[in-house]
Design a protein around this ligand. Structure first.
Ligand code: HEC
Ligand code: HEC
Length: 495
């Protein structure tokens, strides 16, 4: 077990002891053969579920765990599981009330290092993991080597389109095709100005140049094989050509490479919708790089944590970001518009190996733009299915996921029982998984933090394979009830 896990367990010893008691009590209601525990490290190789192999039994076990934890909460008057917190407390997601208007918060963040530092410290759930330690050591510290002192990066970059195929060399570089664009990275401090800057940055501010993008800008066939979208305007996977100081241009990633996609069957590019096709293993293979961990990842799965362990997560749906209680599957950052801003600023610093920082207004504008992205929901199947589905949702799901798109506090990873690797990541660990917002869930190309299911039907199927362990909720419903519930899920969030 990685050393950092100690933090979570140390902090919550009595709680852990009680959870163990509840677990034993619940397990005792099953025979030994019915309950088969698989040690953590064997789980990945076997693809087997820790605990029950049969999802119906998983469901009974989870229900037992929950009802026991409520009883405890009643008897001792204390909150035992993150789950019980969830049930009694205010929804934690959704837009937060704050004494400042959002745009005022943005100005304050730009001007005040103390304000920035305060936001960072308040948002980090586990100050001891690598993600937190790196930021606490360098962000707005007031010391001369603080990231605040880094030069501000205002690069010139233009989107790569299908007309540019074949114009780059095998390192992803080319001679510049025109004059560098004048600095587009500032805006008026107005709603419209910030949204426009945020969108521009989302699509064209280069995250980092990368020679591994060379095959993608070579041909349409390669781009499609590696899962880079090509949209109606001919833009290629959000890749941009960035001007470098040495007078060449080089292919670079932007946020939109991963965080925008075209739906199956075509149509316009949807901002914030995960690129579930992005295939890092295939990208490396096309570039002649063999034997990487990425070969084992599912499309749309990446490991951004650089923690020397293999724990990829899916690219999340950013249209729902304002509803999330926490950022990242492992719930490492408590969410708010300002926490998101700092998260984006530090991402842009770390992607430049801490040699430069983005203009702060740009980091805020990106967060502001994402915070305001529209959520797409589909029409419900029928009124009747809607009513029945709503009742089923209230009974089975609403203690964790709420109908307005908000969610309860994150839960111990053992409670939800899905693949534990990301919750235990030395880089981001909190020992918990966030409860994802279901706002717009019907338009997500895949589900769960590890992208292990591709549809709501497959997710709620009691026969789902053992490679998708955990989250037993709703698996004991009849086929008709499931249809009604899924119909209802397509209507979320309710206004
Ligand atoms: C190479 C693909 C890739 C690129 C490029 C990328 N991201 Fe992400 N992003 C991810 C993955 C994967 C995660 C999930 C991390 C996790 O759960 O621990 C993520 C998570 C996030 C989150 C947290 C959202 C949530 O609901 O937890 C935000 C916000 C975000 N990215 C914003 C951005 C922005 C802004 C940019 C551009 C500056 C960007 N990302 C570039 C892959 C990418
Ligand atoms: C105990 C709290 C809890 C309950 C009850 C619960 N969920 Fe979840 N749900 C979670 C957690 C935690 C995750 C994230 C697990 C992961 O990613 O590994 C999740 C994930 C999901 C996802 C995947 C969303 C995404 O974008 O990845 C869907 C869909 C979902 N739940 C629907 C439901 C439905 C429908 C019900 C009721 C039948 C329900 N949940 C009941 C905690 C809960």
């Amino acid at each position: 077990m990685p050393e950092t896990i100690g933090w979570e367990l140390r902090r919550s010893k009595p709680y852990v002891g009680r959870v163990r008691f509840i677990k034993i009590a619940c397990k005792k209601s099953f025979t030994r053969r019915q309950f088969r525990a698989t040690p953590l490290r064997e789980q990945k190789s076997e693809g087997a579920s820790r605990g029950f192999l049969d999802p119906r039994r998983q469901s009974r076990y989870a229900k037992c765990m929950m009802s026991m934890s409520y009883k405890f909460a009643g008897v001792f008057g204390v909150v035992l599981l993150g789950l019980s917190v969830a049930c009694g407390s205010e929804p934690a997601g959704g837009p937060r009330a704050s004494e400042l208007e959002p745009i005022e918060q943005g100005r304050r963040y730009v001007e005040s290092p103390e304000f920035r530092r305060g936001i960072l410290e308040a948002s980090l759930e586990n100050p001891d993991n690598l993600y937190s330690r790196t930021r606490l050591a360098h962000y707005a510290t007031g010391a001369p080597d603080s990231w605040d002192a880094l030069p501000v990066r205002r690069p010139s970059a233009s989107p790569v389109t299908t007309a540019d195929f074949g114009s780059f060399d095998t390192f992803g570089r080319r001679e510049p095709t025109g004059a560098p664009a004048s600095d587009p990275w500032s805006a008026e401090w107005t709603h419209d100005g910030l949204i426009a800057l945020g969108e521009r940055a989302f699509y064209t501010y280069p995250l980092r140049v990368d020679g591994r993008l060379a095959p993608v800008v070579e041909s349409r066939e390669n781009a499609e094989r590696a899962g880079f979208w090509v949209d109606e305007e001919g833009r290629v996977g959000g890749v941009v050509a960035e001007w470098l100081d040495n007078g060449t241009e080089m292919a670079a990633w932007t946020c939109s490479t991963c965080h925008a996609s075209v739906r199956e069957g075509g149509g316009p590019l949807v901002s914030g919708r995960s690129n579930a096709s992005l295939d890092a293993g295939e990208l490396y293979r096309l570039g002649g790089i063999e034997g990487t961990l990425a070969e084992g990842w599912r499309p749309g799965q990446l490991d951004p944590s650089q923690d020397a362990t293999d724990n990829p997560t899916k690219i999340p749906d950013l249209r729902a970001v304002r509803y999330q209680s926490h950022l990242h599957a492992a719930a490492s950052v408590a969410n708010s518009l300002m926490a998101l801003t700092v998260r984006i600023e530090t991402l842009l610093i770390v992607s430049q190996n801490a040699t430069a920082r983005p203009p702060r207004q740009l980091a805020f504008a990106m967060a502001y733009y994402l915070w305001n992205l529209p959520v797409t929901k589909r029409e419900q199947a029928s009124e009747q299915a809607g009513e029945a589905g709503r009742a089923l949702f209230e009974t089975n799901c609403s203690r964790c996921h709420h109908t307005d798109g908000s969610v309860a506090e994150p839960v111990d990873y053992r409670l939800v029982g899905t693949d534990p690797a990301a919750a235990l990541s030395p880089a981001r660990t909190t020992g918990r998984y966030r409860i994802p917002s279901l706002a717009g869930v019907g338009d997500r190309p895949y589900l769960l933090h590890d992208a292990s299911v591709r549809s709501l039907d497959a997710f709620l199927d009691p026969e789902r394979p053992a490679t998708v362990p955990g989250h037993p909720f709703g698996l004991d419903l009849s086929a008709e009830e499931r249809r009604a519930l899924i119909g209802f899920l397509h209507t979320l969030p309710l206004d």
